[in-house]
Design a protein around this ligand. Sequence first.
Ligand code: SF4
Length: 352
Amino acid sequence: MVEIVPEKTKKQLGETVLQVNNLRVAFKTDEGLVQAVAGVDFTVQRGQTLGIVGESGSGKSVSTKALMQLLPPNAVIDPESQMILHKADGTTVDITKLKSTGREIRSIRGDEIAMIFQEPMASFSPVYTIGNQITEAIRAHKKVSRKQAREIGVDMLARVGISNPSQRFDQYPFELSGGMRQRAMIATALSTNPSLLIADEPTTALDVTIQAQILRLMADLQEEFNMAIIFISHDLGVISQVADEIAVMYLGRVIEHGTTRDLIETPKHPYTQALLNAIPRIENLHARLQPVGGDIPGPMSRPPGCAFHTRCPQAIAGHCNVDLPPAYRISETHTVSCFLYEDQPIAEGGDA
Ligand code: SF4
């Protein structure tokens, strides 16, 4: 039997895996340059889950695709941005500086960072068996024989809770149910033992029961493999079940960041408060839910000042629509970009 949990997973919990500093991504379009991510900072540690929440168009998926250098050709990452990956061998690399088609980023994808998506059919080819695709992923990153790769793959399918794994291994993606395909995709992503797993809306297409099973599975696997996870969702309720820390994004910026307890128990930003008010609460199931009013503006029509001012019930006229709020420090773990907290100190590096 091949050992699939090598020594790199036995490192200390809390070790930094990834540090993103002032990430800025724009897209070249016929109408000019569109800023999709406008200066995002975060750190992810081994054994920790960072939840990134935001509506579609907030820049959350663009930020994580930048980490894999999977952006479309018209994307431009600002050369001042940094995405420092602490690799399993102890070296560091700034992903911003890598070519999207180069050898180094190809070895990082899968080996150091793996990604799972909402729709597994998008990442599995329909014409190859599940086993074929897992084997290919393993052999692209590990020097093992086909037989050993099969052993690793079948073992991973068993670990993600797929019954009759050796039989499933030889089936095609369409022969599996939606929940099972999602498990198989997680198995494929984890079969190379990455340090960081990016999960982009991984449970959105699943019904609530399967969703709960997949979230539990991810938590168990994180504990077993001691990996870092970036969990992206539009749903603050789902994020709060899995994340240790949450970053709330709005039009390309992080507008509030804190521990899950900070954001769920004492949300500060009017947008975070609005997202929370839109979630049904078990203790108050009869309460009327309040969806966030209005729509997120398109990136071509980014409002000046605080980008949320067009939807904010507490906007201060002449201030919020003119000035960009810096990040204010609420506590050691909690920052918010909103002028309602101007009496708090500006966080380090949080200048607007
Ligand atoms: Fe609302 Fe102003 Fe705070 Fe923006 S800065 S969230 S507009 S109060």
